[in-house]
Design a binder for this molecule. Structure first.
Ligand SMILES: C[S@@+](CC[C@H](N)C(=O)[O-])C[C@H]1O[C@@H](n2cnc3c(N)ncnc32)[C@H](O)[C@@H]1O
Length: 311
């Protein structure tokens, strides 16, 4: 064996059923990443990245380590485990379900089939909310449809004096969000079961954020990629995809107090209808923001119970 190459020693993973096993003897990290990328080519639009994430998960090393140690030899049991995970990915299972986690706003979050896998574009919602919340504010903030808790936890950690209260109708999601808060040691967040603003009716909030479901029921994307594995409750919102956004726009003013910010994520192409819904609900200063891909993604407005609704 090449003396420059060392074995990666780590806790052995439990052996499982072997599928599509590669030639394993003497595979280096670099060979394994190349092999994994080839295996996933045509099965994933992000084959090389997926292979890196899965190898890093098996070895329990971060991706920077893999690149810095690309000539290390992988132990056979790790290679077997890696081949199993590649086979699951080839069958379409999302990487985040295979590894059980996804990074969002630099927080490592547990994810499961009960929740939407947090998307990078949703970081725009967090970024815009933080622009509105002064660093020393002690506001009460609502996150409607919290899923894994991604948005609520990101805001709570950035604004430790605020109290974030998050709702969801899915008990599986709430359990996972609570686990994420506990494991990350974030204490200024609470999770309540119920539909949108209804469980919050007795409270006042300076700001509401929401990334609700906004995919139309017959959208063909629901039959593709990760969406096939995610809960319909997190994705589908009626014939136009606007059912949830319409309810949130109508309910939000009842629980907002000054300055009364509402920020919602939506699909591109929905921005003018969302603006109309917010105007009808009494929203002012309506502004739509684009994501990094240049697509209209988040609309914000000011809305208070005292404001008149459009006639
Ligand atoms: C698109 S996911 C967003 C999850 C998370 N906020 C994120 O950005 O990753 C929408 C969430 O809304 C929840 N949801 C659907 N209908 C709801 C309702 N009527 N009331 C509260 N939450 C609801 C779903 O369970 C799901 O967790």
């Amino acid at each position: 064996m090449d003396q420059q190459r060392k074995h990666v020693s780590d806790t052995p993973s439990p052996a499982g059923e072997l599928e599509a096993a590669p030639e394993r003897d003497g595979m280096t990290c670099k060979d394994s990443m190349r092999y994994g990328s080839q295996q996933l080519d045509g099965h994933s639009p992000t084959a090389a990245l997926d292979a890196r994430v899965l190898l890093s998960h098996v070895l329990r090393k971060d991706e920077a380590w893999l690149i810095a140690h690309d000539s290390e030899i992988i132990e056979v049991d790790h290679s077997i485990r890696y081949a199993e995970l590649l086979a699951r990915r080839r069958r379409g299972e999302p990487v985040a379900h295979i590894t059980g986690s996804r990074e969002f706003w630099s927080l490592q979050l547990a994810v499961s089939p009960s929740v939407l896998i947090p998307r990078p574009e949703t970081e725009l919602l967090v970024e815009l909310a933080l622009r509105r919340i002064p660093a020393d504010a002690d506001w009460r903030i609502a996150d409607l449809g919290t899923g894994s808790g991604a948005v609520a936890l990101a805001i709570a950690i950035e604004r430790p004096r605020c109290q974030v209260i998050a709702t969801d109708r899915s008990h599986g999601a709430l359990q996972l969000a609570k686990r994420n808060a506990r494991e990350l040691g974030i204490g200024n967040v609470a999770f309540v079961a119920g539909s949108w603003c209804l469980p919050l009716a007795a409270l006042g909030f300076e700001l509401i954020v929401s990334n609700p479901p906004y995919v139309a029921d017959d959208d063909p994307h629901l039959r593709e990629g990760d969406l096939v594995y995610e809960p319909p409750l997190a994705l589908r919102a009626g014939p136009s995809g606007l059912d949830a956004l319409a309810v949130i726009a109508a309910q939000a003013r009842e629980i907002l107090t000054a300055p009364g910010w509402l920020l919602v994520e939506h699909g591109f192409g929905q921005q003018s209808t969302v603006a109309k819904l917010l105007t009808e609900a009494g929203g002012r200063d309506i502004l739509c923001h684009r994501d990094h891909a240049g697509l209209p993604r988040v609309t914000e407005c000011r809305l208070c119970a005292a404001d008149p609704k459009e006639a």
